[in-house]
Design a protein around this ligand. Structure first.
Ligand code: DHB
Ligand code: FE
Length: 288
């Protein structure tokens, strides 16, 4: 049986990818941020998953504003890093797990979550920056990331966006789907994006440290209360792009404590401002 061993939470600022690609990580601006991921890079080497179910958002890259799926699951064998205007990032191709992705799609759709199936797409910074933060520099010539990835794209760019409650329920269905897959796979689920940031309008540059940290406490310790928070609270408190945080509730919903298991262990927690326009949050929760 496949099982979810851990969930990882992580922001996805594009400038972090650029800092790595342009070899600027030791500069004073970036050094404290990357220091917060040293532990995580060792941890993932020591606890290497077979597959990461990576919840992220596409930024009108693979999906233009012509078609906007609320929830889209990648069922392809491979995904190329997208060209977001400066050429594709020099990172490896992302290898998928088509069998597990198809199984999850089947299981979750039969539980009444209407996913879009995606057989071909490029993946933008929403997916590649968390991979880079967790895995460190990877030589694209050397082949691949150290595990397979199932991309799961959530619309948090164009209203209406899904509620935190819907994301939380979906996470629970994803756990059931993973646990009904016959192969013995170690699966991690990652919730990415956030924390507080606003890239546009009168409040551009907004950061709310106090709210971010209280929200992360709640996500860890009282996820049901976190899931009940309406979308407007995210926008008011964490800025227009702070709504990306609902994606973290998919990962939290997939943890074992919601199905009668023990509370997850908080293995690592980190918060850092500034990184471009965004407050970077990061946590690792392990099922025990
Ligand atoms: C920034 C953050 C994002 O989430 C994003 O998608 C693009 C830019 C930023 O902080 O610059
Ligand atoms: Fe974003």
């Amino acid at each position: 049986m496949a099982r979810i061993s851990a969930s990882v939470y992580c922001s996805h600022v594009p400038a972090i990818g650029a800092a790595m690609d342009l070899k600027k990580t030791a500069e004073p601006y970036w050094q404290p941020l990357f220091k917060g991921f040293e532990f995580s890079r060792q941890w993932i080497k020591d606890n290497r998953p077979d597959v990461v179910f990576l919840v992220y958002n596409d930024h009108a890259t693979a999906f233009s504003l012509d078609i906007i799926p609320t929830f889209a699951i990648g069922t392809a064998a491979q995904y190329q890093p997208a060209d977001e205007g400066w050429g594709p990032r020099p990172v490896p191709v992302v290898n998928g797990h088509a069998e597990l992705a198809s199984h999850i799609a089947h299981s979750v759709i039969q539980e009444d979550f209407d996913l879009t199936i995606v057989n071909k797409m490029d993946v933008d910074h929403g997916l590649t920056v968390p991979l880079s933060l967790m895995c460190g520099e990877q030589d694209p010539q050397q082949g691949a990331w150290p595990f397979k990835v199932i991309p799961f794209a959530v619309n948090v760019v164009q209203y209406p966006v899904p509620s935190g409650r819907r994301c939380y329920q979906l996470g629970q269905a994803i756990r059931r789907a993973v646990e009904s897959f016959d192969d013995d796979l170690n699966v991690q689920i990652w919730g990415t994006g956030g924390m507080s940031h606003q890239l546009q309008g009168a409040r551009a540059g907004l950061i709310n440290r106090e709210w971010d940290n209280a929200w992360l406490d709640m996500l860890i310790n009282d996820p049901a209360a976190c899931a009940a928070m309406p979308h407007i609270d995210y926008v008011r408190e964490a800025g227009s792009e702070g709504i990306e945080l609902v994606m973290w509730l998919i990962a939290r919903g997939a943890m074992a404590d919601l199905a009668g298991g023990p509370k997850p262990r908080l293995t690592h927690r980190f918060y850092h401002v500034p990184a471009s326009n965004t407050a970077v949050g990061h946590a690792i929760l392990e099922n025990t």
